[in-house]
Design a protein around this ligand. Structure first.
Ligand code: ZN
Ligand code: ZN
Length: 231
């Protein structure tokens, strides 16, 4: 018998793939972040606490433990990491270790202009084929936007101050080459989460035209949610 056909995904609630808890530099517990996201009518929130080259297991075990409280719920707490300032040559190894330790999503702290990030991070992250989202890519190179499309790495429009300075460039290049885009909060506390209305304004402000909002706010997040854990 063929498998039953999956009904079309009609969930239009917000999904956010980048946020932090007090397990690294956030100020709120994972449980409170997820609870607040549910209150703000999100369908999913990824907690992607900072990880470098250390053992990813303690962080992921803790997040998984807290996420278990939503079993059977319509809200999806996604457990992940944001690989941060790992030397570019080690990014693929760190991503592999995080996946082995149970990360459903691996994002990389891209080359934001708000602070120093090892040059070559964007390229190494995209090229690894092991990363779901390149966060705040900064002055993204056109050839890396192309490569992101080829490797299905989602590029991020960031709501976070400083990181958001280059949103216009990231959005323009991604739209030009057909790379996927999402709007992430990079929230470090519950009040920095971004409801759907605000995500819409941030996308428009970054230069996403009205007719492509659906793609950025609904279609790409749905596709990415289905893909998670699958790399
Ligand atoms: Zn970051
Ligand atoms: Zn972050």
């Amino acid at each position: 018998m063929p498998p039953p056909r999956r009904p079309p995904d009609t969930d239009r609630r917000r999904a956010d793939f980048h946020a932090h808890s007090f397990l690294t530099d956030g100020s709120t517990s994972a449980t409170e972040m997820w609870y607040e996201a549910e209150v703000l009518e999100h369908r999913a929130l990824a907690l992607t606490d900072h990880l470098s080259f250390e053992d990813p297991r303690p962080l992921l075990e803790r997040l998984r433990g807290e996420a278990a409280a939503w079993e059977g719920s319509k809200f999806r707490p996604v457990v992940g990491v944001e690989l941060t300032k790992v030397p570019p040559a080690r990014i693929a190894d760190a991503a592999r270790a995080a996946r082995r330790a149970g990360a459903e999503i691996v994002i990389v702290h891209g080359e934001t202009i708000a602070e120093h990030v090892p040059p070559g991070t964007n390229h190494a992250a995209i090229d690894s084929g092991l990363v779901d989202v390149l966060a705040h890519p900064g002055v993204l190179a056109p050839e890396d936007a192309e490569l992101a499309r080829a490797h299905s790495v989602v590029l991020e429009i960031s709501a976070r101050r400083g990181h958001s300075l280059t949103n216009g460039r990231v959005a323009r290049l991604a739209l030009e080459v057909g790379a996927e885009l999402v709007v992430d909060s990079d929230a470090h506390s519950a009040h920095e989460l971004v409801p759907l209305d605000q995500a819409r304004r941030i996308a428009l402000g970054a230069g996403v035209p009205e007719e492509r909002l659906e793609e950025v706010l609904v279609e790409t997040p749905s596709r990415l949610l289905r893909r998670l854990g699958g790399r």
